[in-house]
Design a protein around this ligand. Structure first.
Ligand SMILES: *Cc1c(COP(=O)(O)O)cnc(C)c1O
Length: 223
């Protein structure tokens, strides 16, 4: 029995296994280490192990943590995975290398304006509300074609689609659905899969998995 030594190696090995089952290449799957709520001291060991893609869900928290970490590790790629308020669009465009939560026309407008102003085009994933749950955000499936068109008209680079399926029920049908939607719209990127279901997501075509707990342990509780 080979035994992975660190959580990162463990997750990487699981991704490789899922890729083998799906006849995919591990290089085609980007592991995003979701470091939200974890302090710099928890992130540094992963950086030392060579992890380069990190995800945060709040602009303000990322602004506090990442500038210093990035100075030491300039190759870091930061992904915004949480809901984005339009009034934070410019800060998000300045800090992040990809945004996974584009989900409404007003945000298309705000991001386009911010990208023009900063002269920086940040690839975006359109978040789709696959489980029809309001609280997680995401564009209703019926409104996806119009939103994609608006994004393209605004010169926003659309990298693909993203989803957060409902918790505590089988995620596979939602992943398969997102994969089909992406294919129908000619998009390469599929941002799907978290600690509990990233292997399933990889088997079903994920190009970006967002894994927090399996890499960092449980998130600190806010007091
Ligand atoms: C927190 C979060 C994750 C990571 O969740 P884990 O279960 O800790 O892996 C992934 N995606 C989004 C959008 C998140 O907010």
């Amino acid at each position: 029995m080979e035994k992975a030594q660190t959580p990162l190696q463990d997750v990487q090995a699981n991704i490789a296994k899922s890729c083998a089952i799906a006849r995919r290449e591990p290089e085609d799957v980007t592991l995003i280490a979701v470091s939200k709520m974890h302090p710099a001291e928890a992130i540094e060991p992963l950086l030392r192990e060579g992890q380069r893609h990190f995800g945060e869900n709040r602009v303000q928290e990322a602004q506090g943590k990442w500038p210093a970490l990035r100075e030491a590790h300039p190759a870091v790629q930061l992904h915004l995975i949480g809901q984005l308020q339009s009034n934070k669009a410019e800060d998000a465009v300045a800090l992040f290398d990809a945004i996974h939560s584009l989900d409404r026309p007003s945000l298309v407008k705000a991001l386009a304006k911010a990208m023009d102003k900063r002269d920086r085009r940040v690839p975006c994933f359109v978040q789709v509300d696959v489980g029809e749950e309001d609280q997680k955000g995401g564009c209703p499936v019926a409104e996806l074609p119009a939103l994609l068109e608006q994004a393209r008209d605004a010169d926003i680079p659309v990298a693909g689609l993203m989803c957060i399926p409902p918790f505590e029920i089988e995620a596979a049908p939602f992943f398969a659905f997102l994969d089909k939607l992406a294919r129908d719209h000619g998009l390469d990127g599929r941002s799907m899969g978290m600690s509990g279901d990233y292997e399933t997501a990889v088997r079903l075509g994920a190009t970006h998995v967002r894994v927090g707990t399996a890499l960092f342990g449980a998130r600190p509780v806010l007091k």
